[in-house]
Design a protein around this ligand. Sequence first.
Ligand code: AMP
Ligand code: MG
Length: 281
Amino acid sequence: MSPNWTTPAAAALRADGLRVADLDTSATPGFTGDKAAGQQLLAERTVVLSALQEKLYANGRSGDHRNVLLVLQGMDTAGKGGIVRHVIGSVDPQGVDHASFGVPTPEEQRHHYLWRIRKALPRGGQLGVFDRSHYEDVLVVRVHDLVPPAEWEPRYDEINEFERELVAEGTTIVKVAMFVSLDEQKKRLRERLQRPEKYWKFNPSDIDERAFWPQYQAAYQAMLDRTSTERAPWHVIPSDRKWYSRLAVTELLIDALTALDLHWPAAQFDVAEQLKRLETA
Ligand code: AMP
Ligand code: MG
């Protein structure tokens, strides 16, 4: 661990007992370094992440069914896309299975809310990434009464059961909830409106959603309280500082992959014999 980490990210960011409304979104839990130190370390750690991910992929190609699923949740501008680009972007894309979840299509609407999620699950050896996820079905759905409470209320237990099955089948789930302050969000939305290359990220409804901030905080709180389990805990990432959130998520993924205790797959052939054959081929 770098001397700048006083507490490992996984421990510093555990959601247990955390109050969303009290969170300092500009804090850097467990990390004492500044932005320059954080960026320098990120460059080093993504190399480590990439090497681990290659091993995961290699094992998948050799029949290992295990995989890792990163679940990203957060309000607009929280930095989910930045994690995909700057953290996941550092690994071999062959081994990445990325899915983003927006407003359900008419076809998705006709199915159970987990239908589209199950279809997008990573296969053996893959690093799956969900940019938004099944948790939208207890977040935006709850905030906007898209279905009655009697329908979303049982979903917390159902999601826990769903994730229990996933873990039993060999998925390591890394759940990340990213939080920015209302002010920081305004700054980032303003930037999206001031730079033509960012227009594509802006949706006029993002401004309307700001009026529902307290309701979203309550929905996020319920999500953390009810779906942070031992087997699939939530990590809460203060995300006003992009360099910190990227570094923190990198560390969480490194931890998850390290815990799989991966080794290079053994040769399924006699290496000496193949070397000999090659020389005369
Ligand atoms: P973005 O991530 O900026 O592309 O936006 C995707 C939008 O889809 C967000 O406003 C989400 O709240 C919305 N969304 C995602 N899942 C659902 C869902 N199950 N029901 C309704 N809206 C959703
Ligand atoms: Mg958006």
